[in-house]
Every structure is written in C-alpha cells, then in structure tokens.
Design a protein around this ligand. Sequence first.
Ligand SMILES: Cc1cc2nc3c(=O)[nH]c(=O)nc-3n(C[C@H](O)[C@H](O)[C@H](O)COP(=O)(O)OP(=O)(O)OC[C@H]3O[C@@H](n4cnc5c(N)ncnc54)[C@H](O)[C@@H]3O)c2cc1C
Length: 488
Amino acid sequence: MTITSPTPDLTGTRLRTGADYLAALSDGRDVRVDGEQVTDVAGHPAFRGVAETMAAMYDAAGAPGSPLVDPETGRLALFTVPRTRAQHDLRKVALEEWNRMSHGFIGRGPDHVSGLLAGFAGNPGVFDTDEHQLGATVVAFHDYAAAGGLWITNSIVPPQANPNDPTSRVTPVHLVEKTSEGIVVSGAQMLGTGAAVADEIFVTSVRPLAPTEPEKALSFVVPVNAPGLRLICRRPYATSGSRFDYPLSNRLDESDAMVAFDRVLVPWDRVFAAGSVEVVNRQFFGTAAHQIGNLQSIIRLTAKLRFLTGVAAKVARANGRDSDLAIKMQLADLATIQTVSESLTESAHAFATADDQGVIRPAGKYLYAALGMQTEVYPRAVRMLGELVGGGVIQVPSSVLDLDDPESIASMDLLMGSDHLPMVERVKLFKLAWDLVGSEFAGRHVQYERFYSGAAPVVKMYAHRHYPFAEAEALVEEFLGSYDATQR
Ligand SMILES: Cc1cc2nc3c(=O)[nH]c(=O)nc-3n(C[C@H](O)[C@H](O)[C@H](O)COP(=O)(O)OP(=O)(O)OC[C@H]3O[C@@H](n4cnc5c(N)ncnc54)[C@H](O)[C@@H]3O)c2cc1C
C-alpha cells in the first residue's frame, strides 16, 4: 500500500503559494459532512472560506520582506528551531504576523504543529530507543515539513467514552502491526481541528500513558489522504450565511473533525514513536516542543482578544457612548484582559532561556500562567462584549438580502440611520459583533478556548509546575522567622 502526500517544493528556493496549497487539497481525502463525501474540499461551501483565507496567508508570506520568512533558510520562520536569540525573535514576529492575519481565529493552522516539530527536532535523542532509532526521522520530517511549508494539524486526545461501560467499542488510535513499510494503526481520535483543510495530521497521546499501554504509545504524522483515514466533520458554520451576515464564520471556520483510522499504514519516515510509552510521555516536555508550540497559543489568544476589544470600542462609539463612565470602565476591563495576555506573552518571550540542548524555550512561568488564564478569560471577554452590545446585535435585518429592498431600507434608516454611521455600516458592525458573541461560530470559540490546551485542571497543573513556589515560600519563612511567641 502506498501513501501519496502533497508534494512539497524541496528545493528551498520557492515558498509555497496559496495556489500550491489549494491544489494540494485535491488529493482524494475522505471527508464527510452533512451526509456527503466531499470530492472538492477547496470548493465546498463548508471549507472554501477558510481555504481561501489560508491561501491568502501563504501568499502573504511570499511578499517581499515578509516577516513570515526566515531570511537564513528562505522558509516559513514558524518552523525555525530557535537556537539563537535572533531565531527566537524571528519566530515570535512571524507568529504575531500570522495571527494578525487570522485575528487568532485559526487555532490549529500551520503555526502550531510547526512549533512542536521544531521542538522535537531540537532534541531528537528523545526519540531513540533500543528498539527504534527514530530521532533522525524526526529531524528529516521537520525538514520536509518546513521545506513544503505544510499545514499539519494535530489529533492528540482519545475520544470521550465511559470507561465503566463494558460494551464500549471506543478504541483510541492504536498499533495493529509493524511491517517493513511502516506501522498499521486503527481506532479513533476525538478531534482534529482544521484536518479537512490541512495537509497532514500529527497523532499521538498528549495524556501521559501507563506502562501497560504500549499499543497506544504512538507518535506519527499522516497525510490526510492516507487510505483508511476518514474525517467526520461537525456542522460547518461557514454555511451559516453570507460573508456580510457572518463575517467570521464565513471565512475563518477552521472546521473540526472526528478522526477515524481503519488499518492506516503510516510509513516509517513519518513515525516518531512505535510502542514506547517512555518516548510518548517524554516528547513534549523532554524536548522544547510544548513550550515552543504553546508560544503560538498565547500569541494567538492575544491577537484574538485585541480584535474583540476593537469591536467593543467600535460598538461603544457607534452608540455614542464612548464617553460614558460606565462604558469606559467596561472597555477598560476588556483592555486589561488583553493587556495581561499580551504582557505574559512578552514576558514568556523575554525571559526565555536555552535548555540543555541549546534550544531557547519561552519562560514556563509566564507561558503557562497565560495558558491557565485562557480557559477563563476568553469566555469572560465574550460575556463582557455581549453586555456591551446589548440588543444591538438583534436589531439587525435577517440578511444582506434585506438591503436590496428599498422599502426595508427606508424603515431601517429610521431605526439606525445617521450621518456619522450610515445604516449599512452599523448593520455590518453589529453582525460582526454577533459572530463574536452569539452565533454558532461564537459558541464554538468559547468552548474552544475552554479546552484549547486541555481541560482547565490539566492546564493549571502546567502552571503549577512552572511557578517558583519555593521563592515565595522563602519570603514567608523569613518573615515568620522574624518573630516568635515571646513577642507580644
Ligand atoms: C472546539 C474544539 C476543538 C478541538 N480541537 C482539537 C484538536 O484539534 N486536536 C485535539 O487533539 N483535540 C481537540 N479538541 C479536544 C480537546 O483536546 C479536549 O476537549 C480536551 O483535551 C479536554 O478533553 P475532554 O473534552 O475529553 O474533556 P474532559 O477532560 O473529559 O473534561 C471534562 C470535564 O472534566 C474535568 N476534568 C478533566 N480532567 C480533570 C482532572 N484531571 N481533574 C479534575 N477535573 C478534570 C474538566 O475540568 C471538565 O470540567 C478540541 C476541543 C474543542 C472543544
């Protein structure tokens, strides 16, 4: 069985263009949505918007002097292994630019797994065991992905299931057999965001495995079109309505899919772990992958919060209430949330240090504080915007089609027309606000941020692990030592 994958330009002389990306989606992948097997992913209404957005982002990288490109390699800086301060800075600037273009709404674009791969490639020894020497594969695959500028998403969590149900047929992805060509895997993973429009999927278990689970101890990347791999997509939001009515849903719905494997052959040149619990459990933290990969997470969140704050400020102005004290306080609260996220991101970057492999890791204390906050602050920011917009998001016509009807226009002008903000501009703004606070796309984003890096208790454990409690406790010890029971 042969696996075909998008052919990247390996010469390193030409960056991937939007057209290259779109063409690569026509590869026979098995994508199911709304009872249909999609034959033309890039042209399907469920995926066309985000595919076009991504194509434009790839094209932007090709503009002269783009901050997305590492001048040393000519490749996307998202893949650069940060071994020098300059490379570390380059990655940050590229991540900021990438997320400025998507306003942080594409969570698992090419900017996320590229960071994980860079971290893996920075310490390939972690992938070598007595049974399999896969460190060199990790380095070669990182190089291959960087050369092609590939969009690799991830699917690293098993499906939800009741562990006490003896009749359960739920099987996380697992090893069926090893052959001379590669590993054969079956089972399922909970979700792969963006999988329908990505090139490949990184599959592993982010949850630590027990020594008794070697069959689940896998780490590999598989092309989306691998025979036996099927994506069952959730309801698309891009089809909710026109670009005017659902401006975010329409072009930024990255999609989510359940990922099912039926005897999928993963060639050895894409396998990073094949049965070693130790490798799977060490890959994220024994390398810089988790820290490098999650710098993207917080840069992305900061960009999204900035956009949301901008919408809030524009709504306040549209209603002529931007000078009201109460509204200013609401805006200040939103601005504070955004600024805290930005400050933690800046600190994670500024206080980064090189690990024992010479790879620069963002500072865990700040990085994980930001990730830990994410589960709470995004839902809070959306609720605050919802309070600010009031009924304005409902005081809009059913669709852009109403703007073709002169009688409706005349009535709507009485409801919302002004010389300062023409009726159509106001409708446009409030429809955007609805896509942030009330649409299905909006609801999915609240749920996404709650679980972006895992359930809150899991993420907070990362923050706990990286906070120097001993320093804080030493201060208290010193203070406690300064008096005793004899002093009254
Ligand atoms: C929109 C969206 C997109 C996603 N995209 C991807 C993707 O691209 N790739 C991917 O791999 N996954 C993806 N996921 C899945 C995501 O990784 C999981 O939702 C996340 O890991 C949490 O797992 P779970 O959903 O099974 O929830 P659970 O872990 O079962 O959490 C459910 C509840 O149990 C609580 N809980 C969980 N663990 C503990 C604990 N240790 N102690 C106490 N309480 C606990 C939680 O706080 C929560 O209240 C996505 C999820 C969403 C919502």
